[in-house]
Design a protein around this ligand. Structure first.
Ligand code: SF4
Length: 429
């Protein structure tokens, strides 16, 4: 049985923590040693229901750890719940927490995001000893870290990344795009590529109406340079502006099973061991799960079959942009086919309109007015955004990510309706 929250932990915090555990997310701390120019924590509108618990008690974390699933990666350091996550290495007992996690789940992958600012020789040795570690290091800049994040690395960042590369199973280096630092970002990528890094993620920042930052997106020169740099490595610009669910390969990692059998960037996956690939997500999932899958690809109008020699649940080396999960795709299809509407934020809305062109008029785009700025995502919509913007009468199904486990949005308003048959919140206008 799960323990009730201790006196110090509120019921809301406990509930969010359990939601995280249910999704294999392990929050550890909301404390952070950085002060990033793009951090949203100081530019959120007042009154939103987010939790900043500081360091969660180690005993509490250890006690609930056993309810994580051994069958999927345990995620640490990503704000995937309403508990705001800071820098995990700030937690004074984080080594003990990771050690306990590894003892409890000897084979499960641990997916850890860290800024890298606190990593020193002691951490490098520790990470190398943990095993099955998928690390994302949000370096943000090799040589302008102080200006962008308000702190510096404890050690030479190139040496740190090179050591992590040899001591982890998968290493990804991430940056948040800021226009004034785009030249140094590109040169950082070149330097890190020469050190052997093959996975990069570049996040477009989300600034609310309260932020004082300009909302500049990468221009075509920048994205063109990224395209040419990304011929032999994976460089994902996120969130991607994609308009279809064609399972086209974004990149093939060097030395991987996919590279060995000749799959190239731009190839389209048709089927995986006889099962048609329905989307990028679906293709990735089918290939990841399979042992030695036979993949049929389309290239220049021809179909070619290739066998990827790999074990189940291991990386194929194929990189795709994220599009939509199988369950969300089926859910949207079911809602639209029965004549109802979907209300969602601009970014997913534009995508759904392209994916379901026949039902385009049933997809209603709602601006993120409450957060404002350049926010365009469903997870930051609130019911107050919808009330003024949905004009036509009908039933509108709402993104699940708008609501917490008790059906409240970020302002605490309860979702008006719940459809039991498809398990989704809705609003009748
Ligand atoms: S590392 Fe994350 S939480 Fe910390 S200041 Fe930067 S953006 Fe904010």
């Amino acid at each position: 049985m799960l323990q009730k929250p201790s006196a110090e932990l509120s019921v809301e915090l406990h509930r969010e923590f359990l939601k995280g555990i249910g999704d294999n997310v392990l929050p550890v701390t909301s404390c952070c040693d950085s002060c990033c120019l793009f951090c949203s924590n100081n530019a959120n509108p007042a009154g939103i229901l987010l939790q900043y618990p500081g360091h969660l008690p180690m005993a509490y974390i250890m006690e609930h750890m056993e309810f994580l699933s051994a069958d999927q990666p345990v995620v640490i350091g990503e704000s995937a719940t309403r508990i705001c996550e800071g820098e995990p290495l700030c937690h004074p007992e984080f080594m003990d927490i990771l050690t306990g996690l590894r003892q409890r789940f000897p084979k499960t992958s641990i997916r850890l995001t860290t800024s890298g600012s606190l990593i020193d020789e002691r951490w490098l040795k520790f990470f190398a000893s943990i095993g099955n570690l998928e690390l994302t290091v949000s370096v943000n800049s090799l040589w302008h870290r102080l200006e962008i994040c308000g702190n510096n690395f404890k050690m030479n960042p190139r040496r740190m990344v090179a050591s992590l590369l040899s001591g982890s199973d998968e290493l990804c280096v991430s940056f948040v795009y800021l226009q004034e630092f785009q030249e140094s970002l590109l040169s950082d990528i070149v330097e890190l590529m020469s050190d052997g890094v093959t996975r990069f993620r570049i996040f477009k920042p989300g600034f609310t109406r309260l932020s004082r930052r300009p909302f500049n997106w990468p221009d075509s020169d920048f994205t063109g340079t990224l395209e040419s740099l990304g011929r032999n490595v994976s460089i994902l610009l996120e969130p991607p502006e994609i308009h279809d669910i064609v399972p086209q390969v974004r990149a093939v990692l060097p030395g991987s099973p996919s590279a060995a059998c000749g799959i190239c960037r731009g190839d389209v996956i048709i089927s995986v061991s006889g099962t048609p690939a329905l989307s990028r997500y679906n293709a990735h999932h089918l290939i990841r799960k399979a042992r030695n899958p036979v993949v049929v690809i389309r290239r220049n109008g021809d179909s070619v079959a290739a066998e990827l020699i790999k074990s189940p649940d291991s990386s194929s080396g194929l990189v795709f942009d994220y599009d939509i999960s199988d369950s969300d795709l089926n859910l949207c299809r079911a809602i639209l086919h029965r004549g109802d509407r979907i209300a969602t934020a601009p970014l997913p809305g534009r995508f759904l309109k392209k994916v379901f062109p026949v039902h385009s008029s049933q997809v209603c785009i709602v601006d993120n007015l409450f957060f404002g700025g350049n926010i365009q995502v469903a997870g930051l919509l609130v019911l107050n955004d919808l009330f003024g913007q949905l004009k036509e009468k009908g039933r509108y199904f709402l993104p699940q990510v708008m609501f917490d486990t008790s059906g409240r949005d970020l302002q605490g308003l309860l979702a008006p309706g719940w459809d039991r048959t498809i398990g989704q919140y809705y609003l009748d206008v």
